[in-house]
Design a protein around this ligand. Structure first.
Ligand code: SAH
Ligand code: SF4
Ligand code: F3S
Length: 463
Protein backbone atom coordinates (compact mmCIF):
# COMPACT_ATOMS: atom_id res chain seq x y z
CA UNK A 1 0.00 0.00 0.00
CA UNK A 2 1.35 3.43 -0.81
CA UNK A 3 1.07 6.35 1.57
CA UNK A 4 0.54 9.79 0.14
CA UNK A 5 2.36 12.53 2.08
CA UNK A 6 1.01 16.01 1.80
CA UNK A 7 3.65 18.76 1.57
CA UNK A 8 2.71 20.18 4.97
CA UNK A 9 2.99 16.78 6.65
CA UNK A 10 6.55 16.49 5.40
CA UNK A 11 7.61 19.43 7.56
CA UNK A 12 8.67 18.64 11.12
CA UNK A 13 5.62 19.07 13.35
CA UNK A 14 5.91 22.23 15.45
CA UNK A 15 5.79 20.28 18.74
CA UNK A 16 8.63 17.94 17.81
CA UNK A 17 10.94 20.72 16.64
CA UNK A 18 13.56 21.98 19.07
CA UNK A 19 12.48 25.44 20.21
CA UNK A 20 14.60 28.47 19.32
CA UNK A 21 15.30 31.66 21.21
CA UNK A 22 16.26 35.04 19.74
CA UNK A 23 17.58 37.69 22.14
CA UNK A 24 18.32 41.26 21.07
CA UNK A 25 20.14 43.57 23.44
CA UNK A 26 19.96 47.37 23.47
CA UNK A 27 21.81 49.82 25.70
CA UNK A 28 24.69 49.25 28.06
CA UNK A 29 27.04 46.43 29.03
CA UNK A 30 24.75 45.54 31.91
CA UNK A 31 22.09 44.69 29.36
CA UNK A 32 24.58 42.56 27.41
CA UNK A 33 25.25 40.62 30.59
CA UNK A 34 21.52 40.29 31.36
CA UNK A 35 20.82 39.19 27.78
CA UNK A 36 23.40 36.43 28.13
CA UNK A 37 21.80 35.33 31.41
CA UNK A 38 18.34 35.24 29.77
CA UNK A 39 19.82 33.20 26.94
CA UNK A 40 21.26 30.81 29.55
CA UNK A 41 17.79 30.46 31.10
CA UNK A 42 16.28 29.65 27.71
CA UNK A 43 19.05 27.16 26.89
CA UNK A 44 18.40 25.42 30.20
CA UNK A 45 14.71 25.29 29.29
CA UNK A 46 15.65 23.38 26.14
CA UNK A 47 15.77 26.20 23.59
CA UNK A 48 18.53 26.62 21.03
CA UNK A 49 19.88 30.06 20.11
CA UNK A 50 19.03 31.52 16.71
CA UNK A 51 20.16 34.72 15.02
CA UNK A 52 17.03 34.69 12.84
CA UNK A 53 14.04 36.26 14.56
CA UNK A 54 11.61 34.65 12.11
CA UNK A 55 12.85 31.25 13.26
CA UNK A 56 12.35 31.97 16.96
CA UNK A 57 9.66 30.54 19.22
CA UNK A 58 10.80 32.91 21.94
CA UNK A 59 11.80 36.50 21.14
CA UNK A 60 13.35 38.67 23.85
CA UNK A 61 14.05 42.39 23.46
CA UNK A 62 16.26 43.59 26.29
CA UNK A 63 15.61 47.30 26.17
CA UNK A 64 17.23 50.61 27.09
CA UNK A 65 15.42 53.71 28.35
CA UNK A 66 18.36 56.08 28.70
CA UNK A 67 17.48 58.44 25.84
CA UNK A 68 14.25 59.00 23.94
CA UNK A 69 15.60 57.48 20.76
CA UNK A 70 16.65 54.31 22.65
CA UNK A 71 13.12 53.67 23.94
CA UNK A 72 11.35 54.55 20.72
CA UNK A 73 13.45 51.93 18.95
CA UNK A 74 11.58 49.30 20.94
CA UNK A 75 8.20 50.14 19.46
CA UNK A 76 9.45 49.92 15.89
CA UNK A 77 11.09 46.56 16.71
CA UNK A 78 7.84 45.37 18.29
CA UNK A 79 5.86 46.37 15.20
CA UNK A 80 8.11 44.20 13.05
CA UNK A 81 8.01 41.35 15.58
CA UNK A 82 4.21 41.44 15.58
CA UNK A 83 4.17 40.83 11.81
CA UNK A 84 6.60 37.96 12.15
CA UNK A 85 4.45 36.49 14.92
CA UNK A 86 1.40 36.69 12.65
CA UNK A 87 3.25 35.07 9.73
CA UNK A 88 4.40 32.26 11.99
CA UNK A 89 0.91 31.79 13.42
CA UNK A 90 -0.35 31.32 9.84
CA UNK A 91 2.10 28.39 9.59
CA UNK A 92 0.85 26.95 12.87
CA UNK A 93 3.82 28.14 14.91
CA UNK A 94 3.41 30.03 18.14
CA UNK A 95 5.77 32.79 19.22
CA UNK A 96 6.23 34.28 22.66
CA UNK A 97 7.33 37.90 22.71
CA UNK A 98 9.16 39.22 25.78
CA UNK A 99 10.09 42.82 26.56
CA UNK A 100 12.77 42.94 29.25
CA UNK A 101 15.14 45.62 30.52
CA UNK A 102 14.79 49.28 31.38
CA UNK A 103 11.85 50.23 29.11
CA UNK A 104 9.99 47.26 30.59
CA UNK A 105 10.69 48.58 34.07
CA UNK A 106 9.77 52.17 33.21
CA UNK A 107 6.65 51.54 31.13
CA UNK A 108 5.27 48.22 32.42
CA UNK A 109 1.63 47.83 31.38
CA UNK A 110 1.90 50.68 28.90
CA UNK A 111 3.88 48.33 26.64
CA UNK A 112 0.99 45.84 26.52
CA UNK A 113 -1.38 48.69 25.79
CA UNK A 114 0.73 49.96 22.88
CA UNK A 115 1.52 46.52 21.48
CA UNK A 116 -0.79 43.66 22.31
CA UNK A 117 1.40 41.08 20.58
CA UNK A 118 3.64 41.20 23.67
CA UNK A 119 3.32 38.24 26.06
CA UNK A 120 5.69 39.12 28.90
CA UNK A 121 7.03 42.40 30.27
CA UNK A 122 9.80 41.78 32.78
CA UNK A 123 12.05 44.22 34.63
CA UNK A 124 15.84 43.94 35.07
CA UNK A 125 15.49 42.60 38.64
CA UNK A 126 12.94 39.92 37.75
CA UNK A 127 14.13 38.09 34.67
CA UNK A 128 15.20 35.02 36.66
CA UNK A 129 11.44 34.33 36.84
CA UNK A 130 11.18 34.13 33.04
CA UNK A 131 10.33 30.39 32.90
CA UNK A 132 7.28 30.89 35.17
CA UNK A 133 6.21 34.03 33.32
CA UNK A 134 6.39 32.19 30.00
CA UNK A 135 4.19 29.43 31.38
CA UNK A 136 1.55 31.88 32.66
CA UNK A 137 -0.54 31.39 29.51
CA UNK A 138 -1.61 35.06 29.40
CA UNK A 139 0.08 38.45 29.08
CA UNK A 140 2.02 39.22 32.28
CA UNK A 141 3.98 42.14 33.69
CA UNK A 142 6.62 41.56 36.40
CA UNK A 143 8.41 44.74 37.42
CA UNK A 144 8.29 44.69 41.24
CA UNK A 145 11.63 45.27 42.90
CA UNK A 146 11.67 42.00 44.84
CA UNK A 147 14.01 41.06 47.62
CA UNK A 148 15.24 37.76 46.23
CA UNK A 149 18.70 37.57 44.74
CA UNK A 150 18.19 37.02 41.02
CA UNK A 151 21.85 36.03 40.63
CA UNK A 152 21.32 33.03 42.93
CA UNK A 153 18.39 31.90 40.81
CA UNK A 154 20.19 32.17 37.46
CA UNK A 155 21.64 29.07 35.83
CA UNK A 156 25.39 29.00 35.21
CA UNK A 157 26.19 29.29 31.51
CA UNK A 158 27.23 26.06 29.80
CA UNK A 159 30.86 25.70 28.70
CA UNK A 160 29.60 25.75 25.13
CA UNK A 161 27.78 29.07 25.66
CA UNK A 162 30.87 30.64 27.29
CA UNK A 163 33.04 29.51 24.37
CA UNK A 164 30.60 30.86 21.82
CA UNK A 165 30.72 34.28 23.55
CA UNK A 166 34.48 34.60 23.11
CA UNK A 167 37.37 35.19 25.47
CA UNK A 168 36.06 38.46 26.83
CA UNK A 169 33.35 38.28 29.49
CA UNK A 170 31.24 40.75 31.45
CA UNK A 171 30.45 40.05 35.07
CA UNK A 172 27.93 42.19 36.94
CA UNK A 173 29.27 43.04 40.39
CA UNK A 174 27.07 45.96 41.36
CA UNK A 175 23.72 47.14 40.15
CA UNK A 176 21.48 50.14 40.56
CA UNK A 177 22.17 53.74 41.44
CA UNK A 178 21.39 56.04 44.36
CA UNK A 179 22.84 59.17 42.82
CA UNK A 180 19.81 60.57 41.02
CA UNK A 181 21.50 62.79 38.49
CA UNK A 182 18.74 65.15 37.37
CA UNK A 183 18.70 63.85 33.77
CA UNK A 184 18.94 60.10 34.36
CA UNK A 185 16.41 57.26 34.46
CA UNK A 186 18.77 54.58 35.81
CA UNK A 187 17.89 54.96 39.53
CA UNK A 188 14.24 54.38 38.55
CA UNK A 189 14.80 51.51 36.13
CA UNK A 190 17.51 49.62 37.99
CA UNK A 191 16.61 50.47 41.58
CA UNK A 192 18.90 51.11 44.55
CA UNK A 193 22.62 50.43 44.54
CA UNK A 194 23.38 46.84 45.52
CA UNK A 195 26.63 44.88 45.43
CA UNK A 196 26.91 41.12 45.00
CA UNK A 197 28.97 39.18 47.55
CA UNK A 198 32.62 38.94 46.44
CA UNK A 199 32.70 35.17 46.96
CA UNK A 200 29.89 34.63 44.45
CA UNK A 201 31.44 36.97 41.90
CA UNK A 202 34.80 35.21 42.19
CA UNK A 203 33.10 31.83 41.79
CA UNK A 204 31.41 33.10 38.63
CA UNK A 205 34.71 34.42 37.24
CA UNK A 206 36.46 31.15 38.09
CA UNK A 207 33.76 29.18 36.24
CA UNK A 208 33.98 31.44 33.19
CA UNK A 209 37.80 31.22 33.19
CA UNK A 210 37.62 27.47 33.48
CA UNK A 211 35.41 27.45 30.37
CA UNK A 212 37.89 29.59 28.42
CA UNK A 213 37.15 33.27 29.15
CA UNK A 214 40.34 35.30 29.66
CA UNK A 215 39.45 38.97 29.86
CA UNK A 216 36.91 40.08 32.46
CA UNK A 217 35.13 43.38 32.72
CA UNK A 218 33.51 43.86 36.11
CA UNK A 219 30.44 45.95 35.45
CA UNK A 220 28.02 48.07 37.44
CA UNK A 221 26.09 51.30 36.96
CA UNK A 222 28.50 52.70 39.56
CA UNK A 223 31.02 49.93 39.69
CA UNK A 224 33.46 51.77 41.93
CA UNK A 225 30.74 52.15 44.58
CA UNK A 226 31.08 48.38 44.95
CA UNK A 227 31.09 47.33 48.61
CA UNK A 228 29.75 43.96 49.69
CA UNK A 229 28.33 42.92 53.08
CA UNK A 230 31.82 41.97 54.28
CA UNK A 231 33.23 45.39 53.37
CA UNK A 232 35.12 44.21 50.28
CA UNK A 233 35.70 47.07 47.81
CA UNK A 234 36.39 47.04 44.08
CA UNK A 235 40.19 47.18 44.41
CA UNK A 236 40.12 44.11 46.67
CA UNK A 237 37.76 42.28 44.35
CA UNK A 238 40.03 43.01 41.38
CA UNK A 239 43.06 41.79 43.36
CA UNK A 240 41.28 38.53 44.25
CA UNK A 241 40.10 38.07 40.66
CA UNK A 242 43.68 38.57 39.43
CA UNK A 243 44.75 35.55 41.49
CA UNK A 244 42.29 33.18 39.80
CA UNK A 245 43.76 30.74 37.27
CA UNK A 246 42.95 31.68 33.68
CA UNK A 247 42.28 35.35 34.40
CA UNK A 248 44.59 37.27 32.09
CA UNK A 249 43.22 40.80 31.98
CA UNK A 250 40.77 42.77 34.10
CA UNK A 251 38.73 45.89 33.44
CA UNK A 252 35.88 47.66 35.21
CA UNK A 253 33.13 50.02 34.11
CA UNK A 254 31.39 52.47 34.78
CA UNK A 255 32.87 54.58 37.55
CA UNK A 256 31.53 57.70 39.22
CA UNK A 257 33.97 60.48 40.21
CA UNK A 258 32.63 60.61 43.78
CA UNK A 259 33.39 56.93 44.39
CA UNK A 260 36.94 57.02 43.04
CA UNK A 261 38.99 56.00 46.06
CA UNK A 262 42.75 55.87 46.48
CA UNK A 263 42.72 52.05 46.65
CA UNK A 264 41.28 51.84 43.13
CA UNK A 265 43.85 54.30 41.77
CA UNK A 266 46.59 52.27 43.49
CA UNK A 267 45.19 49.08 41.95
CA UNK A 268 46.37 50.47 38.61
CA UNK A 269 49.91 50.27 40.01
CA UNK A 270 49.72 47.11 42.12
CA UNK A 271 47.49 44.85 40.06
CA UNK A 272 49.46 43.76 36.98
CA UNK A 273 46.36 42.32 35.32
CA UNK A 274 44.31 45.49 35.59
CA UNK A 275 44.27 47.34 32.26
CA UNK A 276 45.44 50.98 32.36
CA UNK A 277 42.06 52.32 31.34
CA UNK A 278 39.55 54.44 33.24
CA UNK A 279 36.06 55.24 31.98
CA UNK A 280 35.01 58.10 34.23
CA UNK A 281 31.96 60.05 33.05
CA UNK A 282 32.05 63.77 33.87
CA UNK A 283 28.99 64.94 31.83
CA UNK A 284 29.95 68.64 31.82
CA UNK A 285 32.88 70.95 32.53
CA UNK A 286 30.70 73.73 33.93
CA UNK A 287 30.28 73.81 37.72
CA UNK A 288 26.95 75.57 37.34
CA UNK A 289 25.63 72.78 35.11
CA UNK A 290 27.20 70.02 37.21
CA UNK A 291 25.29 71.45 40.18
CA UNK A 292 22.04 71.60 38.21
CA UNK A 293 22.68 68.01 37.13
CA UNK A 294 23.02 67.02 40.80
CA UNK A 295 26.39 65.45 40.07
CA UNK A 296 27.79 66.48 43.47
CA UNK A 297 31.29 67.07 42.11
CA UNK A 298 32.82 70.02 40.32
CA UNK A 299 35.22 70.20 37.40
CA UNK A 300 38.23 70.70 39.72
CA UNK A 301 37.43 67.49 41.64
CA UNK A 302 37.31 65.62 38.34
CA UNK A 303 40.61 67.08 37.15
CA UNK A 304 42.16 66.15 40.49
CA UNK A 305 41.18 62.48 40.03
CA UNK A 306 42.63 62.54 36.53
CA UNK A 307 45.89 64.02 37.86
CA UNK A 308 46.11 61.41 40.64
CA UNK A 309 45.36 58.56 38.26
CA UNK A 310 48.07 59.80 35.89
CA UNK A 311 50.61 60.24 38.66
CA UNK A 312 49.98 56.63 39.70
CA UNK A 313 49.88 55.23 36.18
CA UNK A 314 51.22 57.72 33.62
CA UNK A 315 50.02 55.74 30.59
CA UNK A 316 46.42 55.39 31.84
CA UNK A 317 43.88 55.99 29.05
CA UNK A 318 40.93 58.14 30.04
CA UNK A 319 37.45 57.96 28.68
CA UNK A 320 34.25 59.78 29.60
CA UNK A 321 30.61 60.54 28.86
CA UNK A 322 29.32 64.04 28.11
CA UNK A 323 25.88 65.56 27.82
CA UNK A 324 25.48 68.75 25.78
CA UNK A 325 22.44 70.99 25.96
CA UNK A 326 21.37 70.17 29.49
CA UNK A 327 18.57 72.63 30.44
CA UNK A 328 20.03 76.07 31.06
CA UNK A 329 23.40 75.32 29.43
CA UNK A 330 24.80 78.54 27.94
CA UNK A 331 27.61 78.97 25.44
CA UNK A 332 29.88 79.84 28.38
CA UNK A 333 28.95 76.58 30.15
CA UNK A 334 29.56 74.63 26.98
CA UNK A 335 32.97 76.25 26.53
CA UNK A 336 33.85 75.13 30.04
CA UNK A 337 33.19 71.57 28.84
CA UNK A 338 35.47 72.09 25.83
CA UNK A 339 38.09 73.50 28.16
CA UNK A 340 37.92 70.49 30.48
CA UNK A 341 38.29 68.18 27.48
CA UNK A 342 41.37 70.12 26.33
CA UNK A 343 42.88 69.89 29.80
CA UNK A 344 42.38 66.13 30.11
CA UNK A 345 43.00 64.73 26.65
CA UNK A 346 40.75 61.69 26.29
CA UNK A 347 41.61 58.43 24.56
CA UNK A 348 37.92 58.01 23.71
CA UNK A 349 34.58 59.36 24.86
CA UNK A 350 30.86 59.38 24.26
CA UNK A 351 29.00 62.65 23.78
CA UNK A 352 25.21 62.83 23.81
CA UNK A 353 22.60 65.49 23.25
CA UNK A 354 20.53 65.93 26.38
CA UNK A 355 17.33 63.92 26.03
CA UNK A 356 14.40 64.78 28.24
CA UNK A 357 13.23 61.70 30.16
CA UNK A 358 9.77 61.51 31.70
CA UNK A 359 9.85 61.43 35.49
CA UNK A 360 13.33 62.94 35.89
CA UNK A 361 13.71 66.40 37.50
CA UNK A 362 15.48 67.93 34.48
CA UNK A 363 12.51 67.11 32.24
CA UNK A 364 10.49 69.67 34.24
CA UNK A 365 13.04 72.48 33.78
CA UNK A 366 11.73 75.51 31.88
CA UNK A 367 14.97 76.43 30.14
CA UNK A 368 15.32 73.56 27.66
CA UNK A 369 18.01 74.16 25.03
CA UNK A 370 16.75 74.31 21.42
CA UNK A 371 17.48 71.26 19.27
CA UNK A 372 19.66 73.13 16.75
CA UNK A 373 21.88 74.47 19.56
CA UNK A 374 22.32 70.97 21.00
CA UNK A 375 23.14 69.70 17.53
CA UNK A 376 25.76 72.36 16.93
CA UNK A 377 27.41 71.86 20.34
CA UNK A 378 27.46 68.10 19.92
CA UNK A 379 29.26 68.51 16.61
CA UNK A 380 31.89 70.80 18.10
CA UNK A 381 32.48 68.53 21.09
CA UNK A 382 32.64 65.42 18.94
CA UNK A 383 35.20 67.02 16.65
CA UNK A 384 37.42 67.88 19.59
CA UNK A 385 37.07 64.39 21.08
CA UNK A 386 37.69 62.70 17.74
CA UNK A 387 40.92 64.69 17.30
CA UNK A 388 42.04 63.55 20.75
CA UNK A 389 41.17 59.95 20.00
CA UNK A 390 43.20 59.98 16.82
CA UNK A 391 46.12 61.68 18.57
CA UNK A 392 46.02 59.02 21.29
CA UNK A 393 46.01 56.28 18.66
CA UNK A 394 48.88 57.83 16.72
CA UNK A 395 50.91 58.10 19.92
CA UNK A 396 50.81 54.31 20.30
CA UNK A 397 52.79 53.76 17.08
CA UNK A 398 55.95 51.89 18.06
CA UNK A 399 54.51 50.84 21.43
CA UNK A 400 54.55 47.21 22.49
CA UNK A 401 51.85 45.72 24.64
CA UNK A 402 49.81 42.61 25.32
CA UNK A 403 46.80 41.84 23.16
CA UNK A 404 44.41 38.98 23.84
CA UNK A 405 43.25 38.06 20.36
CA UNK A 406 39.65 37.01 20.39
CA UNK A 407 38.56 36.55 16.78
CA UNK A 408 39.70 36.27 13.20
CA UNK A 409 40.12 39.45 11.18
CA UNK A 410 38.87 40.52 7.79
CA UNK A 411 41.84 39.08 5.89
CA UNK A 412 43.07 35.47 6.03
CA UNK A 413 45.67 34.91 8.73
CA UNK A 414 44.62 38.00 10.66
CA UNK A 415 43.42 38.09 14.25
CA UNK A 416 41.75 40.92 16.15
CA UNK A 417 41.90 41.80 19.82
CA UNK A 418 42.05 44.84 22.10
CA UNK A 419 44.99 46.81 23.39
CA UNK A 420 45.22 47.48 27.14
CA UNK A 421 43.77 50.91 26.20
CA UNK A 422 40.67 49.36 24.53
CA UNK A 423 41.79 50.06 20.96
CA UNK A 424 40.99 47.40 18.37
CA UNK A 425 44.26 45.84 17.16
CA UNK A 426 44.71 43.54 14.18
CA UNK A 427 47.81 41.55 13.26
CA UNK A 428 48.87 38.46 11.36
CA UNK A 429 48.94 35.71 13.96
CA UNK A 430 48.41 31.94 14.12
CA UNK A 431 44.85 30.83 14.97
CA UNK A 432 46.02 29.27 18.24
CA UNK A 433 46.91 32.76 19.51
CA UNK A 434 43.18 33.26 20.13
CA UNK A 435 42.56 33.41 23.86
CA UNK A 436 46.20 33.99 24.77
CA UNK A 437 48.11 37.15 25.54
CA UNK A 438 50.41 38.03 22.65
CA UNK A 439 52.99 40.80 22.61
CA UNK A 440 52.28 43.14 19.71
CA UNK A 441 54.10 46.15 18.33
CA UNK A 442 51.92 48.86 16.79
CA UNK A 443 53.09 49.64 13.27
CA UNK A 444 50.27 51.73 11.84
CA UNK A 445 46.98 53.42 12.69
CA UNK A 446 43.69 53.07 10.82
CA UNK A 447 40.61 55.20 11.44
CA UNK A 448 39.15 52.74 13.93
CA UNK A 449 41.94 50.32 14.70
CA UNK A 450 45.67 49.79 15.09
CA UNK A 451 47.75 47.59 12.86
CA UNK A 452 50.12 45.47 14.88
CA UNK A 453 53.01 43.08 14.33
CA UNK A 454 53.34 40.02 16.48
CA UNK A 455 56.50 40.28 18.54
CA UNK A 456 56.03 37.00 20.35
CA UNK A 457 53.08 34.90 21.39
CA UNK A 458 53.46 34.22 25.07
CA UNK A 459 51.63 32.82 28.04
CA UNK A 460 52.48 35.92 30.06
CA UNK A 461 49.65 37.16 32.21
CA UNK A 462 50.79 40.77 32.31
CA UNK A 463 49.16 43.74 30.61
N1 SAH B 1 26.39 55.33 35.63
C1 SAH B 1 27.09 55.97 34.64
C2 SAH B 1 26.42 55.98 33.28
C3 SAH B 1 24.96 55.85 33.12
S1 SAH B 1 24.17 56.06 31.57
C4 SAH B 1 27.44 57.36 35.14
O1 SAH B 1 27.25 57.69 36.26
O2 SAH B 1 27.96 58.16 34.42
C5 SAH B 1 25.41 56.34 30.38
C6 SAH B 1 25.48 57.74 29.91
O3 SAH B 1 24.31 58.13 29.25
C7 SAH B 1 25.66 58.77 31.00
O4 SAH B 1 26.97 58.86 31.45
C8 SAH B 1 25.20 60.03 30.33
O5 SAH B 1 26.25 60.68 29.66
C9 SAH B 1 24.20 59.53 29.28
N2 SAH B 1 22.84 59.92 29.64
C10 SAH B 1 22.12 59.53 30.71
N3 SAH B 1 20.92 60.12 30.71
C11 SAH B 1 20.86 60.91 29.61
C12 SAH B 1 19.89 61.79 29.07
N4 SAH B 1 18.73 61.98 29.67
N5 SAH B 1 20.19 62.43 27.92
C13 SAH B 1 21.38 62.26 27.31
N6 SAH B 1 22.33 61.44 27.77
C14 SAH B 1 22.08 60.77 28.92
FE1 SF4 C 1 22.56 57.91 36.04
FE2 SF4 C 1 23.94 59.58 37.53
FE3 SF4 C 1 23.40 57.17 38.44
FE4 SF4 C 1 25.12 57.46 36.47
S1 SF4 C 1 25.37 58.24 38.56
S2 SF4 C 1 23.49 55.97 36.57
S3 SF4 C 1 24.28 59.17 35.32
S4 SF4 C 1 21.92 58.76 38.04
FE1 F3S D 1 19.95 51.75 29.18
FE2 F3S D 1 19.13 50.63 31.39
FE3 F3S D 1 21.64 50.43 30.68
S1 F3S D 1 18.48 52.57 30.62
S2 F3S D 1 22.01 52.33 29.60
S3 F3S D 1 19.94 49.59 29.59
S4 F3S D 1 20.87 50.62 32.75
Amino acid sequence: MSIRVSPSAEATPAEAREKRVFVKSFGCQMNVYDSQRMTDIALKEGYRETADIADADLVVFNTCHIRERASEKLYSELGKAREIKQDRAALGRSTQLVVAGCVAQAEGNEILRRQNAVDVVVGPQNYHRLPDLLRAGRAVVDTDFGLDDKFDALPAPSRQAVRARGVSAFVTVQEGCDKFCAFCVVPYTRGAEASRPAGKILAEIARLAEAGAREFTLIGQNVNAYRDGEGEVLAGLLAAAARLPGVVRLRYSTSHPNDMDEALIEAHVDNPKLAPYLHLPVQSGSDRILKAMNRRHDAAAYLDIVARARRARPDIALSSDFIVGFPGETEVDFEATLSLVRQVGFASAFAFKYSSRPGTPAAEAGDQVPAHVKEERLKRLQELLEGQRQAFNRATIGARFGVIFDKTGRHPGQLIGRSPYMQAVFADAPPDAIGRMSQVEVIDVRPNSLKGRLVEAQQSEET
